[in-house]
Structure formats: structure tokens, C-alpha cells
Design a protein around this ligand. Structure first.
Ligand code: PXP
Length: 251
């Protein structure tokens, strides 16, 4: 790979469009292949409990047909643990899941849910899966990830992405501080949710981040200019921000 900041492309919403018609087109596995050709470093897919986008068959075909590292987002349930252990993706990101939510609304409460999460982290880790916890950028959550032995955390960037002019700098600062604490704790740090051309730069400039996972914006943008072009432009914005990075306010 060789790039300092990896881009994981989340293909869920190709499946959302396919499922709206209940037919096979557009195929998220074809999108994963295109993402690989466009320079993605990994493919991310969220198998939700209600199967609203990615299906079990998608997971099977991704596992069989895609050479890039796969990152399966999943809730900490017995069903999802069994699926992760069956397919053994490169990585699994444990996310909170509520049936009624439109998308993942906030980070996982790793701090409050340590007892429940421990076996999931342990069993996937023993199976060679790189376990990540999708958490809000809060010290208590990072410390809980450390205690759980998860090698990776993914910071939820939703509050940053939705912040107005008055809170934007503070939200960016929380991400910087959390990425710095993750590095101190020896946790690999990723980030994602709500990232777009307009807001990716300051996040990509956080030197302690190793990977961004981006989905909705890229798939939406692909309608206008194609997936290849959307991914290449995002990749270029990430690389430019990383090259010009002046560091975090807290660094
Ligand atoms: N990372 C995680 C853990 C997520 O749950 C999501 C949303 O599914 C993303 C990244 C990507 O977010 P978005 O689709 O807003 O780019």
C-alpha cells in the first residue's frame, strides 16, 4: 500500500439503490472492483441486522472476489460474530446499531459496554481479524478500547461533519486530541462518517490518523461524475491535506 493515509470505500449505498428495485443492479461488488481500480486501499461494508443494504450474499461474494482488505462493520451480536468468524475479513469494525436509525448515529459505548464487548473483541482477534471499535472522540472510550485489547479505533466524525461555524473548530480539536491519545495508547486510529470533499481536508491532516472510511458522499457523487472520478478526487484531497499538514492544534 505505502500510503500514509488509507482510504476505505464504503459500498453500502450501492446496495441501497439496488435494493430499491429488488433486482441485481447496481451490484456493490462491481463497485468494489471499480473502487480498487480507482485507488481505494480497502472496501468497507456494513451488514446490518435488518439487511437494509448489504446482504449475506454480498458478504460472501466480497469475500470470494475482492482482493483488497475487507472491513466489515457489524453490531456486537451473536449472529454478526458468527458471520465474522465464518468469513474472517481483514478487519471488523464494531458499530452500535438501532433498527430505526437512518445511519449509525453515534459511537459505540465501549466504556459502558466493556463486559458485553470483551468476548467479541477476543474471539475475532483470536481468529486473526483486526478489530476496530467505532467510538466518539472521547478519552473514556479510548481507554475502554485499550482495556478491551482492540488494536484499532475508528473515530466518529459525524459531529465534526455536522458542526456549524461556531462549533467546527472545537469538534476538529476533539478529533485531534482523540487521535493523539490513541497514538499514546498504542491504538491505530481511523475516522469516518459524513466526510465529503468540503470537510475531508482538516481530518486528513491529522497525522495520527491512518485510515478514513467514506461511503455516502462518494456513492452520491458518483451519480454526477462516476465512481472512479469521485474516489480519485477524494484520494487527491486527502493526499494534499496530508502533505500540507501543519499538525494538530494540540500536537
Ligand atoms: N465508518 C463507519 C464505522 C460507519 O458506520 C460509516 C457509515 O456507515 C462510515 C464510516 C461511512 O460514513 P459515510 O457513509 O457517512 O461516509
Amino acid at each position: 500500500m505505502g500510503k500514509t493515509l488509507r482510504l476505505g470505500v464504503n459500498i453500502d449505498h450501492v446496495a441501497t439503490i439496488r435494493n430499491a428495485r429488488g433486482i441485481a443492479h447496481p451490484d456493490p461488488i462491481r463497485a468494489a472492483r471499480m473502487a480498487a481500480e480507482a485507488g481505494a486501499d480497502g472496501i468497507t461494508a456494513h451488514l446490518r441486522e435488518d439487511r437494509r443494504h448489504i446482504s449475506d450474499d454480498d458478504i460472501e461474494r466480497l469475500s470470494a472476489q475482492i482482493d483488497l482488505p475487507l472491513n466489515f462493520e457489524m453490531a456486537a451480536t451473536e449472529e454478526m460474530l458468527a458471520i465474522a468468524l465464518r468469513y474472517r475479513p481483514h478487519a471488523a469494525c464494531i458499530v452500535p446499531e438501532k433498527r430505526q436509525e437512518i445511519t449509525t448515529e453515534g459511537g459505540l459505548d465501549a466504556h459502558g459496554g466493556e463486559n458485553h464487548l470483551r468476548r467479541h473483541v477476543d474471539e475475532m482477534g483470536k481468529a486473526g481479524i483486526r478489530v476496530s471499535l467505532f467510538i466518539d472522540p472521547e478519552p473514556a472510550q479510548l481507554w475502554a478500547a485499550k482495556r478491551l485489547g482492540a488494536p484499532v479505533v475508528e473515530l466518529h466524525t459525524g459531529c465534526y461533519a455536522e458542526a456549524g461555524a461556531d462549533t467546527w473548530a472545537a469538534e476538529l480539536g476533539r478529533l485531534c486530541d482523540a487521535a493523539e491519545l490513541a497514538a499514546e495508547l498504542g491504538l491505530e486510529c481511523h475516522a469516518g462518517h459524513g466526510l465529503s470533499y468540503d470537510n475531508v481536508g482538516p481530518v486528513a491532516a491529522i497525522a495520527n490518523l491512518k485510515e478514513l472510511n467514506i461511503g455516502h458522499f462518494l456513492i452520491g457523487e458518483a451519480i454526477f461524475g462516476g465512481l472512479d472520478s469521485a474516489i480519485k478526487r477524494m484520494r487527491a484531497l486527502m493526499d494534499k491535506a496530508r502533505a500540507e499538514a501543519a499538525g494538530c492544534r494540540s500536537a
